[in-house]
Design a protein around this ligand. Sequence first.
Ligand SMILES: Cc1cc2nc3c(=O)[nH]c(=O)nc-3n(C[C@H](O)[C@H](O)[C@H](O)COP(=O)(O)OP(=O)(O)OC[C@H]3O[C@@H](n4cnc5c(N)ncnc54)[C@H](O)[C@@H]3O)c2cc1C
Length: 494
Amino acid sequence: MTAISRRNMLAMGAAGAAAAVIPAAHAYDPCKPPQKWDVTTDVLVIGSGGAGLAAAVSAAEGGAKAIVMEKLRFIGGNTLLCSGYYNCVDPGRQKKQGIEDSVDLHVKQTLNAGDNRANPELVKVLCGKGLETLEWLEGMGMQFDPKVIQVYGALYRRSHLATEAKGAGYIKVLKKKADELGVEFLMGTKMKSLVREGAQSGRVLGVEAVNADGKTIFVRAKKGVVLAAGGFAANPQLRSLYDPRLLTLCTTNNVACSTGEVMLAANAAGAMLIGCDYIQCNPGPAPGHQNGVRQSLHLDVSKYIYVDQRGHRFVAEDARRDVLRDAVLALPEKYGFVIVDADGFAANPAAAQKDAKRGLESGDSFTADTLEELAKKLKMDPAELKKTVDEFNECVEKKSDPKFGRKPDMLTSKIQKGPFWAAFSSMAVHHTMGGVRIDTSARVIDLAGNVIPGLYAAGEITGGIHGSNRVGGNAVLDIHVFGRIAGTNAAKEA
Ligand SMILES: Cc1cc2nc3c(=O)[nH]c(=O)nc-3n(C[C@H](O)[C@H](O)[C@H](O)COP(=O)(O)OP(=O)(O)OC[C@H]3O[C@@H](n4cnc5c(N)ncnc54)[C@H](O)[C@@H]3O)c2cc1C
């Protein structure tokens, strides 16, 4: 048995030649139907993040018996620790802020931001179902701030911030609903392989997994399996197979979650993988501070500037995330500093403010009453930082940033009121845009372009929704929109 099968090589492209560094693909080969199933349900969902819970709730709402299988001892995945921003066109909120928007514009911006590598049909569904899915969550008790902002890399003011810190609100309301609907949870149970009628043919019948006692179990899903196991940002070997620059970077993800084995199992069962070399980075800890407190003072784009170790701006802060990543990685130190003033600090979510205060002790953030003092703490020339901030404030006054091209609607807040804050910002692997290919019904597509019967996927495990670069705030939208579609459609199967 070779370390990686030919079908995986095909799906992964030429980069697959370096595959010796990833777990042997045959470890995920689909297994034959067992003589006896240990557990039987209608819909089996793999993963308990936002996509998985949205799928399980929707399947149960459709009258199906649903089980969620989660490898960790707690639910929520990366969704639990996300910053909580959800993009969608929302005239009720946006009009009050004088923001003109439309689903067509959201679609256009999403496609452009991903260099037109996303599937336009998936993007139309993503953006078109944004508000209705937000209202579905609100109907379960989810709360959002009344105002929308433009979150880091979002490119437009349509990012809704969850009222409860980070992603906890999404997970809480979905779990409560899942409990009410009788959804069951198999915790500490790791999916290993898919079970199909034939090795790479026929219907998906269920999965093989290892439970919390280390015992192999087989779970039968009469209507369908929904793969919602997240991305592979926390698998350095797998991500560097696609983008070698990313081997040694740290990640913003929960390292136990985003390991990619379910995506590989789907591939081994015949699913097509697409766009796996599109991998996003986001501000992370400074070099040598991997175990420090991750800083998020960059969230509201209108409030911050990025400076380098010399105290100079180096990029339009409202640019695409891949542009920001490349600009930071091109700096000699490979990190920059996010600078906000007292108002910018106060505009951040409470969780980001708390992390900044904790960061003062771990050395990840800094504060001072004046810019000069702040510069000294950052080992930067005070005169240079002062000059940079003065120049930026002039850009705000003139609503024009001739040097870097930051847009006028992101030139609204001067940096002028102490205390001032700075946070280290290197680049950490954040999101994997590629994965299992799906259609607009969230059905998984095989290498020949056909639907794999009984197999659905949603959330970060999928590819084709974001293209080469994900718009900030579009992932939390994606997981709930497609999680809901996957669960609803799986429940409808005979
Ligand atoms: C720090 C941070 C901040 C972010 N902020 C935002 C934001 O504000 N807005 C936005 O749009 N996006 C944001 N993102 C991205 C977004 O949060 C993720 O893309 C999204 O939460 C992924 O959801 P998911 O349900 O697909 O996967 P996850 O939430 O990661 O859930 C996957 C689950 O599957 C489980 N699993 C994995 N393998 C197996 C297996 N073999 N068997 C059983 N279970 C398995 C995992 O343990 C995990 O619980 C952020 C990401 C991070 C890391």
